[in-house]
Write a protein that binds this ligand. Structure first.
Ligand code: GAL
Length: 687
C-alpha cells in the first residue's frame, strides 16, 4: 500500500466515485488509473446511503466489493467519512439537523453541507456512521488514510439553526462567565443592547442596515470556528481508534470562519488543499462586480500560489486532495475554462513547488448527472482517452524525475504575519477589510513579480520567537486587533535582529474589537517609535504618494499621519500631496539589534514592490537565475540540496538565464546559460 507524504517520492492520485458508475466499470477504471500513474484514490465522502441506506440499517457490501478490486489493482484508498451529505431520511425525519439562513429559513435537502455542526441529533448520527465506517473499513489493507467530511465550511461558513444559538450561549458562558462580563466585552450599552438573561442572546439575526453589534459578530465567528473544529475532532477521535499503523487523517480545503491551524493541530496529521487555479477566470465574467478592482493586477492562475502558501502554513507537509484537471462549473454557478495543453502539468508543479508531495486530481471521470456535470475530470463522459489523460503521462514522468525533491522544505525569503482575529475582523469591518485585502493581494503579487518566495505565518499562541526568527523580514500589514502578548513577541523578534514592517491602523482595536482610549498605534507605540497623530481614508481617485529617499511610494487606501517618538525613530518618507503633505508617512525605529518600520498606508503591489526592493528582498536568487516577470520561482531545500522550481504561467515561451551550473532534473543533465521554457512550461533545477 502506498504511503503519501513520507518524503520519499511524489505521488499522484484522483477522486473516484464508485457510486456514480456501473460496477462493471470499476475494475477497468482502477487498472486504467494504475496504468496512467494514479496510485491513490479518495472515495466515499458523499456516499452515506451506501453504508446506512435507512436509519440504523448498516451494510458494507458496496464498498467491500469496491475495496477488493482496489486491492487487486494495488490501488491505495483514502476513505472519507460521508457526513458532508446527510441522507434524505435523516434530513427529512430530523429537520433540527439542518442549517438555517439568518432569517431562520431552513436549508433543505438536495444540495450538500446543509447540516449544522451543533445539532445533538446530527452529532449522534455522525458518531455512529463514523464509528461503523472506520471500524469496518479501517483495517482493510487497501485503506491508507482518512478524510474527515468534505471541505468543512465550504458553501457556507455561517450557521443559524436553533442548535447553534443554544451552543453559542454555552460558548459565551464558558468564555465570559457572567453576563456583566459579556455586556462589557460587547459594549452593549451602545444602542441599548444590554442583555439581562442568557436566553436573550442569539446567533446574529436580521437587523436593519446589517448593523449588528460587531463585537458579538466577531465572537460568533470564533464560535463557528470552534464548532467546526469540534466537529472535526469528534470524527477524528473515532477514526483514530481504527487507524492502522502509518495511516493518516486529513481533511480537504481551507475555508472561511475556520481556524484550520487549530483543527489540524487537534484532529489531523496534515491538511490537504483543493486547488482549482482556473477559478481565477471567474473574475472575467464579473465586470463591474466585486472582482473588478482586483482584476487590474491579478495574476490569474498564479494567484493560487497564495492559497498553497496558506496550506503550507497550516502543515508544512501537505497534499492536494483535489487538483483541477478539466474545465469547471456547476449547472447553477461557476464557469471556468479547460486547462490549456500544459496547464495541468503547470498546476501540478505549482502545487509541488509549494510543498505538496501528494497531488490527487478532481476527478477521474466527469459525472454524467447532477449539478456538477460541467466540473470535468481527467476523462470526459465518453470515457475515451483524452488529451488530459495523455498529459497525465507527462506529469507522471516528470514527478518521477524530481522525486529527490520530495520531503524538501519550501524556503521563503520573508514572511507575512497574519492571524485569525484580524482576518475575521477584516471580513466584518469595511474599513479594516479594505486595507486588509489591498495589502494581502499587494504583498503577494509584488513578491511574485519580484521572484521573492514568501511564507504566511499565522500568529497563534503556539508560535514562538524561534518560528519567527527564521525570517529576516516580517510584514504584519494591519494588526488592527492587537494584544500586549503579541506585541511583546514581536518586540523580542526585533530585539534579536529581525526587521518588522507594520502598516496603517495597527493596534487600534482590542481583542473584543473595541477601540481602547490610547494613542495609536496602541500596543505598538514603543516598538515602532511612532505616534499616529491623525488619520483618514484616502478616498477614491485621490492617489497619495510619499517620497522615500528620492523614490516615490504610493500610500494607498488609508493614511496614518505620523510623528516619530523621541529615541531611535527616524522619518524615512513624507507625504507629498494633500493637506498632510510634508508629514511623515514612514518611520523606522531601531529596536535592539533590529528595526521596525511603520508605514502609514496599505501595501498595494506598487508600494510593496518598493519595500521589497529597499529591504533587499527583490530577486533574492539573482545570482542563480534571471527570470521574466511571468515566471514564478519556488525554492525547496533538503539537507544541502536546493531545488529551484521555475513555472511559466504564460501561453508564450519564456527565456530564462541560468547564471550557475545547475542540474536540470527533467533532462538529467547539468546546464547553464539561456534556456527556453515552452508555453505553460516548467523546469526543476537542483544545486
Ligand atoms: C470541491 C469539492 C468537490 C467538488 C469540486 C468541484 O469544492 O470538494 O466535491 O464539488 O469542488 O465543484
Amino acid at each position: 500500500m502506498v504511503k503519501i507524504l513520507k518524503g520519499d517520492r511524489i505521488i499522484l492520485g484522483t477522486c473516484y466515485y464508485p457510486e456514480h458508475w456501473d460496477k462493471s466499470l470499476w475494475k477497468d477504471d482502477l487498472f486504467r488509473m494504475k496504468k496512467n500513474g494514479i496510485e491513490v484514490i479518495r472515495i466515499a465522502e458523499f456516499a452515506w446511503n451506501k453504508i446506512e441506506p435507512r436509519e440504523g440499517d448498516f451494510t458494507f457490501d458496496f464498498f467491500d466489493r469496491f475495496l477488493e478490486l482496489a486491492l487487486e489493482a494495488d490501488m491505495s484508498v483514502i476513505f472519507a467519512t460521508p457526513t458532508a451529505t446527510p441522507p434524505a431520511w435523516l434530513s427529512d425525519q430530523y429537520p433540527e439537523v439542518l442549517n438555517a439562513r439568518m432569517d431562520g429559513v431552513l436549508l433543505r435537502h438536495g444540495g450538500r453541507r446543509h447540516y449544522n455542526y451543533n445539532s445533538p441529533v446530527y452529532r449522534r448520527f455522525t458518531e455512529r456512521i463514523v464509528e461503523k465506517t472506520a471500524q469496518h473499513y479501517g483495517p482493510h489493507p487497501a485503506v491508507t488514510g482518512w478524510q474527515i467530511d468534505n471541505e468543512l465550511n465550504c458553501e457556507t461558513s455561517e450557521f443559524y439553526s436553533e442548535s447553534d444559538t443554544t451552543a453559542f450561549r454555552e460558548f459565551l458562558k464558558n468564555k465570559y462567565g457572567s453576563l456583566d462580563a459579556l455586556n462589557e466585552a460587547w459594549g452593549t450599552v451602545f444602542w441599548n443592547q444590554t442583555y439581562t438573561a442568557w436566553a436573550e442572546i442569539h446567533v446574529p439575526q436580521t437587523v436593519l442596515c446589517n448593523s449588528a453589534n460587531p463585537h458579538r459578530t466577531l465572537d460568533y465567528i470564533r464560535f463557528v470556528s470552534d464548532s467546526a473544529c469540534g466537529f472535526a475532532k469528534l470524527q477524528s477521535d473515532i477514526v483514530r481508534k481504527y487507524l492502522k499503523s502509518g495511516d493518516f487523517i486529513t481533511t480537504n480545503g481551507i475555508f472561511p470562519n475556520l481556524d484550520s491551524h487549530r483543527m489540524c493541530d487537534e484532529s489531523l496529521d496534515f491538511i490537504t488543499y483543493d486547488s482549482y487555479p482556473n477559478m481565477a477566470y471567474e473574475l472575467d465574467r464579473n465586470p463591474g462586480g466585486a472582482g473588478r478592482e482586483e482584476q487590474r493586477e491579478d495574476l490569474g492562475d498564479r494567484e493560487w500560489s497564495r492559497n498553497l502558501a496558506r496550506a503550507r502554513s497550516v502543515s508544512r507537509a501537505f497534499g492536494v486532495m483535489e487538483q483541477q484537471s478539466g474545465p469547471g462549473g456547476w449547472t447553477t454557478r461557476m464557469e471556468s475554462p479547460a486547462p490549456q495543453p500544459g496547464q495541468m502539468t503547470l498546476w501540478t508543479m505549482q502545487s509541488i513547488a509549494h510543498g505538496a508531495d501528494y497531488v490527487g486530481y478532481f476527478r477521474w471521470r466527469t459525472c454524467c448527472m447532477g449539478t456538477e456535470i460541467y466540473w470535468h475530470g481527467i476523462l470526459d463522459y465518453s470515457n475515451r482517452d483524452t488529451r488530459r489523460l495523455a498529459e497525465l503521462g507527462d506529469i507522471r514522468e516528470k514527478t518521477g524525475l524530481i522525486s529527490a525533491a520530495a520531503g524538501s522544505r519550501y524556503r521563503a525569503s520573508f514572511a507575512v504575519l497574519t492571524d485569525y482575529d484580524n482576518v475575521w475582523d477584516a471580513g466584518l469591518d469595511v474599513w479594516h477589510g479594505r486595507i486588509h485585502r489591498e495589502s494581502e493581494a499587494g504583498i503577494f503579487r509584488a513578491a511574485q513579480i519580484l521572484h521573492s518566495p514568501m511564507d504566511y505565518v499565522y500568529l497563534r499562541d503556539p508560535v514562538q520567537l524561534k518560528d519567527l526568527a527564521e525570517y529576516p523580514v516580517l510584514f504584519y500589514p494591519h494588526p488592527v486587533i492587537a494584544t500586549e502578548e503579541r506585541a511583546a513577541l514581536l518586540a523580542e523578534y526585533a530585539a534579536a535582529g529581525g526587521t518588522l514592517v507594520l502598516g496603517a491602523r495597527a493596534g487600534m482595536k482590542d481583542a473584543s474589537g473595541k477601540c481602547p482610549m490610547t494613542k495609536l498605534p496602541g500596543v505598538f507605540r514603543d516598538l515602532s517609535g511612532t505616534d499616529v497623530t491623525d488619520y483618514t481614508l484616502t478616498g477614491p481617485g485621490r492617489p497619495v504618494t510619499a517620497d522615500w529617499g528620492g523614490d516615490e511610494i504610493e500610500v494607498p487606501v488609508f493614511n496614518d499621519i505620523l510623528e516619530p517618538l523621541a529615541g531611535g525613530a527616524e522619518v524615512l518618507a513624507s507625504y507629498t500631496k494633500g493637506w498632510y503633505s510634508g508629514k511623515a508617512a514612514l518611520i523606522v525605529n531601531k529596536y535592539g539589534k533590529g528595526s521596525v518600520y511603520y508605514f502609514g498606508g496599505a501595501f498595494s503591489r506598487a508600494a510593496a514592490s518598493v519595500f521589497l526592493k529597499k529591504l533587499n528582498l527583490a530577486e533574492p536568487y539573482r545570482d542563480t537565475v534571471d527570470l521574466p516577470e511571468n515566471c514564478e520561482i519556488a525554492v525547496r531545500e533538503k539537507g544541502n540540496a536546493r531545488f529551484f522550481f521555475i513555472l511559466n504561467y504564460s501561453p508564450e515561451p519564456a527565456v530564462i538565464t541560468l547564471k550557475k551550473e545547475l542540474r536540470d532534473l527533467y533532462r538529467g543533465e547539468t546546464v547553464s546559460g539561456k534556456a527556453e521554457l515552452p508555453p505553460f512550461g516548467t523546469a526543476v533545477f537542483e544545486s
